[in-house]
Design a protein around this ligand. Structure first.
Ligand SMILES: Cc1cc2nc3c(=O)[nH]c(=O)nc-3n(C[C@H](O)[C@H](O)[C@H](O)COP(=O)(O)OP(=O)(O)OC[C@H]3O[C@@H](n4cnc5c(N)ncnc54)[C@H](O)[C@@H]3O)c2cc1C
Length: 477
């Protein structure tokens, strides 16, 4: 069998893989990516980009229907869902071509097909043999499908519904959708479907939205928004069984002591994601997996096998990482650097990872929650301020949400920020930069902020350390 040899063989072709291939190229090394679905992986084809494109369209419809200003007449925008999906596909195709496909050729290429290890230096792609001095596992993650009676016999959607060029793409707007799960994908897509006009029912196991890894105030704030908007969230709900009834899906659920049945045209399973570490014959390379099927790596992204590294979604969130595109891209670059550069290896820094859930208002967080800070041994100061105290929020009549700051009482170092509010995904970067450089509460107060901006939320919550921010004039400190 003919053999192609490369400096770096990469399993996957997502953001992590591309970042690694580009870095390898900068270092004068050859590389090959491998892909069984669509070049570019999850983010561009079925994750970040398609969802954010359509979420914004849904917001335009919502804002027209519910103008925030007296004097503006509500309007019902016409919706041609198929055309909307086609424009989304156009955006994705353009972006994929510019940012992914056009970069390949020359020093790095893509082999299409299913990839599996043969040994620690060799993989097969649909039977074609590739060898590499170094190997990077960047196979990403996929939706977890829970073990619910009858689920495998009905047709259901996953977060892949927004894909393009693949069979599972949704082309018709469903009249009603039941969403299993209430993580970020469920919240983003749930609000989007509701705004497009579908009846949405979100089933959540715990008593409150976003009950793990987020401040309780965040869950409360977004719950209020969803309630006001008419998005049905059923808490303490456990799905027991699922069945098809004509053109509807029926979900039987347990809510406390009560058994209920819900029906809808579509069922969306959004119960989390798991690393794609199981269909690559990883045992043949001797690479260790963790308890959540993640590829185990050290802080240099090295696995237990000296020439094999891993990064992106496939390493899960066990080493303080997050399944998010910029994290994977940074991992990819660092992994390729560590594979080839002569100097000191680079450590990944997963300490400061700003995150955003693209609901409206956005939810953005960085650093520790109050509970995490206390468990880490900090004596905490923390406070929550409503968005209504932020002048810009008042000026533009968009006061939903809150901001919470967590700091160490002794050192005054800011340890975490959580915000629900207009533009929270932009504002959080100032907090992230602060955390990166060990900023103290006073740094957020002393920094002059542009007036009136949503970023002033950070200054105002910091001021609340010393005085009541409700009694301040304009930008007074
Ligand atoms: C609906 C949705 C919305 C999201 N929104 C955001 C967002 O707004 N911001 C953000 O930062 N992140 C978002 N994410 C997460 C983000 O998409 C991922 O974190 C990121 O794409 C992971 O990149 P990766 O390169 O590690 O893996 P991927 O991009 O998943 O790439 C891995 C590739 O490997 C391929 N592969 C796997 N196994 C094999 C095999 N055996 N043979 C051949 N090929 C294989 C897969 O087909 C895949 O294309 C979203 C995800 C989803 C699902």
């Amino acid at each position: 069998m003919p053999n192609k040899h490369f400096d770096l063989v990469i399993l996957g072709s997502g953001s992590t893989a591309f970042a690694a291939a580009l870095r390898a190229q900068e270092l004068g090394k050859t590389s090959v990516m491998t892909e069984e679905r669509t070049t570019g992986g999850t983010c561009v084809n079925r994750g970040c980009l398609p969802s954010k494109n359509l979420i914004e369209a849904a917001k335009i419809i919502h804002d027209a229907r519910h103008p925030r200003y007296p004097g503006l007449t509500p309007a019902e925008l016409g919706l041609d869902f198929r055309t909307l999906i086609e424009q989304k596909d156009d955006v994705i195709h353009g972006y994929r071509k510019k940012k992914y496909e056009s970069l390949t050729g020359g020093q790095f290429t893509i082999e299409t097909g299913h990839v599996e290890f043969v040994d620690d230096h060799t993989v097969h792609v649909d039977g074609r043999r590739l060898t590499g001095d170094k190997i990077l596992i960047a196979t990403g993650s996929r939706p977890v499908i829970p073990d619910i009676d009858g689920l495998r016999e009905v047709s259901y959607l996953t977060s892949d519904l927004l894909t393009s060029n693949e069979a599972m793409e949704l082309r018709e707007l469903p009249r009603s959708v039941i969403i299993l799960g209430a993580g970020y994908i469920a919240l983003e897509l749930g609000q989007m479907f509701h705004r497009f006009g579908a009846e949405v029912m979100i089933l959540q196991r715990s008593a409150q939205l976003l009950s793990h890894g987020y401040e309780p105030e965040v869950g409360q704030a977004i719950n209020e928004v969803f309630e006001k908007e008419g998005i049905k969230v059923i808490t303490n709900a456990t799905a027991r069984s699922v069945r098809q009834d004509g053109d509807q899906v029926v979900v039987t659920l347990q809510v406390g002591d009560e058994s209920r049945a819900l029906r809808a045209e579509k069922l969306l399973v959004a119960t989390g994601r798991r690393p794609n570490s199981d269909r690559i014959a990883i045992e043949k390379a001797g690479v260790e997996l963790g308890s959540k099927s993640q590829v185990c790596v050290d802080e240099y992204l090295r696995t237990n096998v000296p020439n094999i590294l891993a990064g992106g979604d496939v390493i899960g969130s066990e080493v303080g990482s997050q399944m998010a595109t910029p994290v994977g891209s940074q991992d990819g670059g660092i992994a390729a650097y560590n594979a080839f550069a002569d100097g000191e290896p680079r450590r990944v820094n997963h300490r400061v990872i700003p995150r955003t859930i693209f609901t409206d208002p956005q939810i953005a967080t960085v650093g520790m929650t109050e509970e995490e800070a206390i468990s880490a041994g900090h004596k905490c100061w923390c406070n929550t301020v409503p968005m209504s105290l932020v002048p810009r929020a008042g000026a533009i009549r968009d006061t939903a949400g809150m901001i919470k700051m967590v700091a160490d009482t002794n050192t005054e170092e800011v340890l975490g920020v959580s915000m629900v509010g207009n533009s929270a995904g932009e504002v959080i970067h100032e907090a992230a930069m602060g955390l990166r450089f060990g900023a103290k509460i006073t740094d957020f107060i002393d920094l002059l902020h542009v007036y009136p901006t949503m970023a002033e939320a950070l200054k105002i919550v910091a001021i609340s350390r010393h005085k009541d921010p409700a009694k301040l004039s304009c930008c007074a400190e």
